[in-house]
Design a protein around this ligand. Structure first.
Ligand code: 9WN
Length: 416
């Protein structure tokens, strides 16, 4: 089974390779995405280290002078209406590279370290070290709206878990223009069933927030109507900061500032621990967010997590809130909550990239048995339902886009 599965995973990455980078999926997402590129580079690192390095360097071509790494780098040959919001909407970019103005979870330093370890080597690290430091400085310098050493996200798309129930409350508080949101055309339901995509009400808020941020000149001036400290975004940032320590040592640069940054982010992350779970903090209302989502499990990636906290988070991951009786992977939302939806995007389905991330987290806490079990169920799911974008946590049915790159990348990394 595993040789055939690995072959089909490699075939998906190859089919989605466009010559300099990899699309998440050919029809649904025909450009390069921010955190997808990191997962994909880790997948490529086992197969073709030149492509793995190119994947990350292609994304970094879109890095802004302020250090932000955009959440989309657009392919110029793809028509504007192939994806909404396209380059004309964002009206941004650098040196002729059109990009969005948002960012996404900064998994890139972690990916760069693994790409270097599997063949791309020191020369590659020397090229990306400066840009990766600039990315982290942007987050520390421009996004710490709460003053706790954490990076705030200013749009649900920045979380990577766009319509997670975690964001229902802060999104409900967003005030829309009196005359309604200016018309726009969704393209995301041309290839995927509408029941598996975010609602129109969510999209109205996504579009309104993105326009407002654009119209502010992407100012990071603390005026966004949506500002949240997200445990997943920050746990990934911390994991990448530890990778930057290793990269700095490898290339003979000063690792001290990165060690200090890691300590700061760790302290910030612990400020999201309420005594029984990690919760996103809404910086607009000042309140912790209630909903029980997979976001709260990501701090397992913190190697400095106090032992009893690691035990509690791992227990939550294994509980009936996230693991169904069907014995499949980790659901993106509390299976017992009234808003749970088995098929709708980040409101319930299982995602292979998150299973992979959480298995790395479990290993970081020394829970190798549960990590191996989660990896096995991920492989079973993909073997049974194909390389899909996400899966029904009750039945294992494949959902969303087909031939999905980060699912393929997770499969390759687990099998190696
Ligand atoms: C908006 C590409 C991206 C992922 C996100 C996922 C989805 C985009 C969309 O697809 O978001 O960025 O159009 O729905 O939510 O995590 O990076 O795979």
């Amino acid at each position: 089974m595993s040789a055939a599965l690995e072959q089909s995973a490699e075939a998906v990455l190859s089919a989605n390779w466009t010559g300099g980078s990899t699309v998440p999926s050919r029809r649904q997402y025909p450009h390069q995405w921010g955190w997808d590129a990191a997962y994909i580079a880790i997948g490529w690192s086992w197969v073709d280290s030149a492509r793995a390095a190119a994947e990350l360097e292609s994304l970094l071509r879109g890095q802004w002078p302020d250090g932000r790494v955009p959440h989309i780098v657009f392919h110029p040959e793809v028509p504007e209406d192939a994806y909404f919001p396209g380059p004309a909407f964002w009206d941004s970019g650098v040196d002729g590279v059109a990009t969005s103005g948002l960012t996404q979870p900064p998994l890139h330093a972690r990916a760069a370290l693994e790409v270097a370890q599997r063949g791309a080597g020191e020369e590659f690290l020397r090229r990306v070290f400066g840009p990766l430091c600039a990315q982290h400085e942007y987050l520390a310098g421009r996004r710490d709206a709460g003053g706790r050493g954490l990076a705030a996200i200013v749009h649900p798309w920045e979380s990577g878990l766009d319509n997670s129930p975690a964001w229902d409350e802060p999104l409900a508080a967003v005030s829309l223009p009196a005359g309604g949101v200016e018309p726009y055309e969704r393209q995301d339901r041309r290839h995927v069933d509408a029941a598996e995509r975010p609602s129109d009400a969510d999209y109205d808020r996504f579009v309104h927030l993105a326009r407002a941020y654009r119209d502010s000149g992407y100012a990071d001036d603390g005026r966004s109507q949506f500002q949240v400290e997200d445990p997943l975004f920050n746990a990934i940032w911390l994991w990448s900061t530890h990778a930057l320590v290793e990269i700095a040592e490898w290339v003979g640069e000063d690792a001290g500032p990165h060690r200090e940054a890691a300590a700061r982010i760790h302290d910030g992350l612990m400020s999201l621990w309420d005594g029984s779970r990690f919760r996103p903090r809404d910086l607009v209302s000042g309140a912790w967010l209630e909903r029980r989502t997979v976001l709260s499990l990501a701090p397992l990636l913190d190697p400095g997590l106090p032992g009893e906290v690691g035990v509690a988070v791992a227990a939550e991951l294994g509980s009936a809130h996230f693991r169904s009786a069907a014995g499949l992977g980790v659901a993106s939302y509390d299976l017992t909550a009234p808003e749970f939806e088995a098929r709708r995007y980040w409101r319930g389905p299982i995602w292979a990239n998150l299973n992979w991330l959480l298995s790395r987290g479990l290993r970081a806490q020394g829970f190798d048995g549960p990590a191996a079990e989660l990896e096995r169920t991920t492989l079973d799911l993909v073997a049974g339902s194909g390389m899909r974008e996400y899966y029904d946590p009750l039945t294992g049915e494949g959902l969303g886009a087909h031939d999905f790159s980060w699912t393929a990348a997770a499969v390759i990394d687990i099998l190696r």
